[in-house]
Design a protein around this ligand. Structure first.
Ligand code: AHG
Ligand code: MN
Ligand code: MN
Length: 280
């Protein structure tokens, strides 16, 4: 496992430099979920693949930017799912973006996750590693220095509301508004890594990306976006559900499957369950 974490740190330092020098141009391809691929998506994917394929405890890797998995070592122990650059379209408006990694044993079931990692490229470069707890590191002069453990309180004050509002269901709109009426503050950048990092660092709140009329199965990808953050939120003392059921109890049918997701501190997730259990 240590070799994988070191490879992620090396990749992060290289990707950060690429972001600073990028011109925001698009490659001419779409990825498996139909998103336009920025050259930066492709370069970030290549940087990570080059690092991970040198590690023989890895059996295979699967990237958001590639249709199929890539075999590394048939006798390897771990499967690594990753989103090389999440929120990449935000680079052009100089917002924070991130890389997300999920490390599985045996298969890509949520309950087979054994570690999750993300990097946020913002005003500072932070790295968060979740094994049995959640640890925050910060890049200082090309070294990641440990800062502190991340834990969630019982409840927070942030409401990060994903998806296009006109495409929300009426009960989801009721849920979102119920938090604003309680005084929650809207924090949503359109990048799940900074949006979730903010909730973790402020020790509570709710991030939702529900099913919508234009995305009936949600938008976020199970293997390399939803599961890794579900793992991190649970290890930090929070919860992660699809509106009713625990996210990590799910297993994807296909490598690029998506699902609705709610990540948060306990109080907010219990509120989600109440509204979704009684939806018309
Ligand atoms: P990616 O750039 O890897 O495709 O992911 C972007 C995702 C995620 O970061 C964010 O939460 C979501 O897209 C935002 O979607 P909307 O713009 O539909 O809110
Ligand atoms: Mn993504
Ligand atoms: Mn991406």
């Amino acid at each position: 496992m240590e070799d994988i974490l070191e490879a992620i740190k090396k990749s992060a330092i290289k990707i950060e430099k690429e972001i600073k020098n990028s011109d925001g141009s698009f490659s001419k391809n779409l990825n498996s979920t139909g998103d336009n691929q920025l050259k930066l998506d492709v370069v970030s994917d290549e940087i990570i693949e080059d690092e991970l394929k040198q590690i023989n405890i890895i059996k295979e890797i699967i990237s958001e930017e590639k249709e199929d998995s890539v075999e590394i070592n048939p006798n390897g122990k771990y499967l690594v799912g990753y989103d090389p650059l999440d929120g990449s379209s935000l680079v052009d408006v100089n917002q924070s973006v991130g890389s997300i990694f999920a490390i599985y044993e045996n298969d890509y079931s949520g309950n087979n996750l054994v570690a999750s990692v993300y990097v946020i490229y913002g005003a500072r470069v932070d790295l968060v590693i979740a094994l049995n707890d959640v640890k925050l590191y910060r890049l200082q002069r090309d070294e990641f220095k440990f800062i502190n453990n991340l834990t969630l309180g019982e409840k927070g004050h942030i409401n990060a509301t994903g998806g296009t509002q006109k495409n929300w269901s009426s009960y989801h709109r009721e849920l979102v508004n119920s938090f604003f009426i309680k005084g929650y503050r809207l924090e949503y950048s359109g990048g799940m890594v900074p949006d979730l990092h903010s909730i973790l660092l402020q020790r509570g709140g709710l991030f939702s990306y529900p099913t919508t009329s234009d995305k009936p199965k949600g938008k976020l990808r199970m293997i390399f976006e939803v599961f890794p953050f579900a793992y991190i939120f649970e290890k930090a003392g929070g919860k992660a559900i699809d509106g009713e059921k625990r996210i990590l109890d799910f297993k994807p049918s296909h490598l690029h499957d998506t699902m609705p997701c709610f990540f948060g501190s306990t109080y907010e997730i219990e509120e989600v369950k109440k509204v979704y259990a009684n939806r018309a």
